[in-house]
Design a protein around this ligand. Structure first.
Ligand code: GEK
Length: 240
């Protein structure tokens, strides 16, 4: 696994964060050292694949990156479900195609280089948005979730993991500090933490857990339940 050193040297101008080749090359290391609970989120993707995945339906991994969730869905969902893995980053999708091609079992996975806002969702038993919705501008989030809910069978589910924010300033500061402690404990320097924060601040807009719950209920999910939170990251399970 290549180590993430992208922000280790001082940069004159820290540009906006992009999912380009440099990021794709270090992505597994970056996400594990940056997102507390990422391993638990992946375990839940596998569990949801088993519980909600139905034969002859679609299972969507929306913003799949290198397919960590996709590969688990392929292993744990029914073989007759079609897995569709979507990402708008060519760097991610080309690497995922390589990972899938190198595997001995050709599984039922279709990869798509596309913006999730533009692609149709139909006959879904499970949709996964693992740390993806946060990169869309806020006004695009409800239309996307309406489309996902409309394309999901009754009893189907959405697994939504996000970076979140807090209304209370003291709570926000505490959770941010604890997240930065987590990153330091995983080898990131103060400079790396500060430069990454600058790079991502225009690209990733967190919302409160309450805002996510309200939106999921409003677009038509009957049961909406947070199942995980660690510092500034949370995950919700929504069942239609
Ligand atoms: C994992 N789910 O390993 N359309 C399609 N893809 C998008 C869009 C969009 N509009 N915006 C961002 N992405 C993965 C991790 S990473 C999370 C997801 C992170 C893609 C983007 O290219 C990137 O690959 C992914 O969403 C977000 O479980 O880096 O924090």
């Amino acid at each position: 696994m290549n180590q993430d050193r992208i922000y280790s040297a001082p940069l004159k101008n820290v540009g906006d964060f992009e999912f380009d080749d440099a990021v794709a090359d270090v992505f597994p290391d970056m996400i594990r050292r940056s997102v507390p609970g990422y391993g638990s989120m992946l375990t839940m993707i596998a569990q949801c694949g088993e519980r909600f995945g139905q034969p002859d339906t679609h299972i969507y991994d929306l913003g799949c990156s290198l397919g960590a969730g996709t590969l688990l869905l392929r292993e744990h969902a029914p073989a007759a479900a079609k897995i569709v893995a979507v990402d708008s980053s060519a760097a991610m999708i080309s690497r995922l195609d390589g990972i899938l091609a190198a595997q001995s079992q050709p599984g039922p996975v279709e990869t798509r280089l596309a913006d999730i806002r533009d692609m149709p969702i139909s006959s879904a038993s499970l949709c996964v948005l693992n740390l993806t919705l946060q990169f869309l501008c806020v006004e695009d989030r409800t239309p996307l979730l309406e489309k996902i809910a409309a394309g999901t069978h009754p009893g189907g589910a959405l697994l939504l993991s996000e970076k979140i924010c807090f209304q209370d300033e003291t709570q926000q500061q505490l959770m941010t500090d604890l997240h930065h402690d987590f990153k330091r404990a995983h080898g990131y320097s103060d400079l790396e933490i500060a430069q990454k924060r600058t790079a991502i601040e225009n690209r990733l807009v967190p919302e409160t857990l309450e805002a996510h719950i309200e939106r999921l209920q409003a677009v038509g999910y009957r049961t909406v339940t947070p199942w995980f939170q660690c510092f500034t990251f949370a995950s919700l399970l929504a069942v239609k």
